[in-house]
Ligand binder design. Structure first.
Ligand SMILES: C[S@@+](CC[C@H](N)C(=O)[O-])C[C@H]1O[C@@H](n2cnc3c(N)ncnc32)[C@H](O)[C@@H]1O
Length: 300
């Protein structure tokens, strides 16, 4: 949820469209959380170790790389990403950033305002910032937002906010682009897609990249091809077949998080698009275990 502490913004004024150059002291017409207090100097405590059956189930699920069937509460998701944020390293090629250019190709050359939901440390936000007069990025995890801000120094047209997309009041008809990368599987799919679509201006693209659950033979085949493809692409992009070694604590944090992650099948994504009223949405299976969703809001 957005923090209800008074903000330094005067929310009574709306910024003029196509104002140039954009001044970030213009008040944004959406609610913004103030910067969270400085982070504690120690990392957030790990959740207490699970005992009994759940612990066993989590460990089995982790070692198989499968899901336990138990979904996480929003509080647990926030804790996981606070922990991951404190350990994450900057930059480099990964399976998400590989698809940034594909998403950016869906955009016009210049945008007025863009929104990213679940921005994490802000890698895609910074790409959007190069094309937009203003970018608003929201994330559930205060530590993620803190790291994103630190990595976005010098990006004067970016505003980060700590907000739970479940309850954040998406402004309607506001943005020239609304994007989300590997965050939607934490949210109820159809209702969130609907809110993201409603937040767009006519003609604006909704861009989603996320993981999916393999169900069909084609999913498994493409998923299997993803392993050699990932090695080959990484080699071409970075000169090495594997990424830098992750610190054990970061690897453990991701493993424990993945153990409870649940992903929709591609059929479920298409059903959610229909339910959200995104007629003509293009959902594509991608080689590196992800799907892309592109929808353009009709002009009228
Ligand atoms: C796997 S990370 C992806 C981050 C970023 N988009 C990227 O591509 O690196 C998922 C992000 O979604 C955020 N998230 C999860 N649930 C959320 C919610 N209910 N509202 C806002 N953000 C959420 C997490 O805090 C996390 O930063």
């Amino acid at each position: 949820m957005l923090e209800s502490v008074p903000t330094t913004y005067d929310l009574s004024e709306a910024i003029p469209r196509r104002a140039s150059p954009v001044r970030l002291d213009d008040p944004p017409p959406y609610p913004i959380s103030p910067r969270p207090p400085a982070a504690p100097s120690v990392l957030p405590k790990r959740r207490p170790a699970k005992t009994g059956k759940l612990r066993l189930r989590r460990r089995r699920a982790t070692s198989r790389g499968h899901r336990t069937g138990r979904t996480q509460s929003t509080q647990e998701v926030r804790e996981d990403f606070d922990r991951i944020a404190g350990l994450s390293r900057e930059g480099g090629w990964d399976h998400n950033s590989h698809y940034h250019p594909l998403l950016l190709r869906q955009l016009p050359l210049r945008l007025h305002e863009a929104l990213e939901v679940g921005c994490g440390t802000g890698a895609f936000v910074r790409s959007l910032a190069g094309r937009s007069e203003r970018v608003l990025a929201v994330d559930l995890s205060p530590r993620m937002v803190e790291v994103a801000r630190a990595r976005s120094k010098g990006y004067t047209n970016v505003e980060y906010a700590v907000a739970d997309a479940n309850s954040w009041p998406f402004p309607e008809g506001r943005f020239d682009c609304v994007a989300s990368i590997t965050a939607l599987h934490h949210l109820p799919l159809a209702p969130t897609l609907r809110k993201m679509g409603d937040a767009l201006r006519p003609g604006g693209p909704l861009l989603v990249l996320d993981l999916y659950k393999a169900r069909s033979p084609a999913d498994y085949l493409v998923g299997a091809l993803g392993f050699p493809a990932s090695k080959a692409i990484r080699l071409a992009r970075t000169g090495a077949m594997s990424g830098p070694r992750q610190p054990p604590e970061l690897r453990r944090a991701w493993e424990e998080h993945y153990a409870t992650d649940r992903f929709p099948t591609l059929a479920e994504v298409r059903e959610a698009c229909a339910e959200a009223g995104l007629r003509g949405a293009r959902v594509r299976r991608r080689l590196l275990w992800r799907y892309s969703l592109v929808w353009r809001k009709p002009m009228r």
